[in-house]
Design a protein around this ligand. Structure first.
Ligand SMILES: [Zn+2]
Length: 321
């Protein structure tokens, strides 16, 4: 059990007939959160993600669910979030969990567990979590954007995730950086893990920030070092920050022009740098034409627990619809 879970309310009989399990599959760990029907988190724990063996991967998920059934003395309904795309037939494409690519994860898990379950992209589920009771609650059109090891998000309309035709709506990180910015900062064109070249993600995700810091002359790509130097008003850190924010602002301007949301909620490691969220609207506005204004941009309410929470909401909404 995680230290966070130990602080949570003990499982009591009032929860025992309406339990939801939200699983957040990452490239290094799989976390399960046990929720009440009112989305109160009552327990959570995690296991390492097997990324090379698909049978081990499936077994780990099944073990987590069986353990939850044992702890709760009942069977909960199941929602799962994972990196990559799961199409409507259940077929997976995932760079972070390569053993799952080409497999039908929904069919395989349902066969073993003997129940229906829902799976969605982890960044899209972050958006859903922040839209339902999170920092975007009360807004009609909520865009949730993760800036962490990658850059992706999703749009929610009236607290329901917009899934699109094939599940990739929200992949703003794989739009191309504008030629204007490449030229302005003399940026080399970087090859992206998605197979394309010059995607925003290569520059605006956490590793991209470290890379830009080096591009401006730092000897290290360490983002903690970057923040320390930025707070100390170091010239290299200030130049890197200005370039980084210009790129991030332009990428957000693209998603604003595409989706026109009422609010943007930002999560992921980079969102924890105060200066990024504070100055983002002014950098976004530099890339919007006259008459278009940047909507409010705010930090996520649920942060790292948005993954399990969003997965739980996905399944709860389907059951209730
Ligand atoms: Zn890409």
């Amino acid at each position: 059990m995680s230290s966070t879970a130990q602080k949570l309310a003990p499982l009591t009989e009032q929860y025992s007939d309406q339990i939801i399990y939200g699983l957040d599959i990452g490239g290094t760990k799989i976390e399960i959160g046990v929720f009440t029907n009112e989305l109160q988190l009552i327990d959570s724990w995690r296991k390492p993600t097997p990324t090379k063996s698909y049978s081990e991967f499936v077994k780990t998920i099944v073990d987590l669910i069986n353990e939850a059934n044992m702890r709760c003395k009942t069977k909960g309904i199941i929602g799962i979030g994972m990196p990559g795309i799961v199409d409507k037939n259940g077929l997976v494409t995932s760079v972070n969990v390569p053993c799952s690519t080409g497999k039908n994860i929904i069919a395989d898990l349902q066969d073993i567990l003997g129940c229906k379950l829902s799976i969605g992209n982890d960044c899209r589920l972050f958006a859903l979590s922040e839209s339902v009771g999170g920092a975007g609650d009360g807004f009609k059109r909520v865009y949730g954007a993760i800036i962490g090891t990658g850059a992706a998000g999703g749009l929610c309309l009236d607290q329901v995730l917009y899934k699109g035709s094939r599940g990739f709506a929200g992949e703003y990180g794989h739009l191309p950086v504008s030629a204007f910015l490449i030229d302005k900062y003399s940026l080399p064109l970087k090859k992206c893990a998605c197979g394309l070249t010059g995607c925003y993600e290569s520059y605006i995700a956490g590793p991209g920030l470290g890379w830009i810091y080096q591009h401006f002359g730092s000897k290290t790509a360490d983002t903690f070092h970057f923040v320390k130097q930025l707070n100390a008003c170091d010239d290299i850190a200030k130049s890197a920050f200005n370039c980084y924010m210009d790129l991030l602002g332009a990428s957000f301007a693209s998603l604003i022009l595409s989706y026109d949301p009422d609010i943007i909620v930002v999560g992921g490691g980079v969102s924890k740098i105060e200066q990024v969220i504070e100055s983002l609207p002014s950098y976004v506005n530099k890339h919007l034409f006259s008459g278009v204004e940047c909507p409010p941009i705010t930090k996520a309410k649920y942060g790292d627990s948005s993954g399990v929470r969003g997965a739980a909401i996905l399944r709860k909404q389907l059951i209730e619809s």
